[in-house]
Design a protein around this ligand. Structure first.
Ligand code: ZN
Length: 257
């Protein structure tokens, strides 16, 4: 497998991605010709039917496998506006990531569907996948294959915050105290909405998506590699920001692709 052209689709409500910098990084790291495009659905002039389909991928009960939802008019309208409205919300909607991937795949025209053309789509939707090991949906930052999807909300919500943080929050809730002081105390130890570090973290996820497509294995065992599959925010920030590069083994693989 090789990629001759990579299309990168922006999430306009998350300027912290810094999509042009990311394209430059990918091009430098991989030598792959990378084209930046506007938001995926806008680029392909998505119609109402597509927004209905997206709304039908919502997950209401995370403990049961996917069941297609019959969307309301409001839910469809919400999807139309989803990528342009503020991405930070207290009311986070879960979506089946593989269902969304199917919808996106159907939109890409045949002329751009050959295996050497790789589409990497940013979305603010929280993509999830059902895990039969514990019978529930989990947030996923990356939905691999082609098109690959990276969820910016997933970066913030999927990897767990420090254990202590949850403990402190729990204590505060028990005592009916304000949570803002806890958030302040732990500030910097996990990604937040509007976080400037999103631009650096996206690099590792983009590489993971590309490694999956090119080699079938997106992850590295080493915390000192951008392909580390972080389940904790602190590991994510360590691998992507403090380390911020591939381990020798993965750099070699990339150099030889
Ligand atoms: Zn590695």
């Amino acid at each position: 497998m090789s990629i001759s052209k990579l299309f990168l689709y922006d999430a306009p409500s998350v300027p912290e991605i810094k999509i042009n910098d990311l394209a430059e990084f990918i091009q430098k790291q991989t030598g792959i010709n990378t084209e930046v495009r506007q938001e995926f659905l806008r680029h392909f002039h998505a119609k109402e039917k597509t927004f209905q389909q997206l709304a039908s991928c919502r997950i209401f009960n995370p403990y049961i496998p996917f069941e297609r939802h019959k969307p309301t008019v409001e839910e469809t309208t919400f999807e139309e506006q989803s990528e342009t409205t503020d991405s930070a919300s207290d009311n986070i909607i879960l979506y089946d990531g593989f269902e969304i991937q199917n919808i996106f795949r159907d939109i890409i025209p045949d002329s751009e569907s050959s295996v050497d053309k790789f589409h990497l789509i940013f979305t603010t939707r929280l993509t999830c996948s059902y895990d039969y090991n514990d019978y529930r949906y989990h947030g996923r930052v990356v939905i691999c294959s082609n098109p690959a999807i990276i969820s910016t909300t997933g970066m913030i919500e999927a990897p767990a915050k420090p254990r202590d943080y949850y403990l402190q929050i729990y204590k505060k809730i028990l005592h009916g105290l304000n949570l803002d002081t806890i958030k302040q105390e732990f500030k910097g130890r996990f990604l937040e909405y509007y976080d400037e570090r999103i631009s650096l973290v996206t690099r590792g996820y983009a590489l993971q998506a590309m490694f999956y497509y090119l080699t079938g294995s997106p992850f590295c065992e080493s915390r000192k590699c951008m392909l580390y599959n972080a389940h904790w925010q602190e590991d994510l920030l360590y691998a992507q920001i403090e380390i911020g590069k591939l381990c020798d083994q993965h750099q070699n693989i990339l150099d030889n692709l």
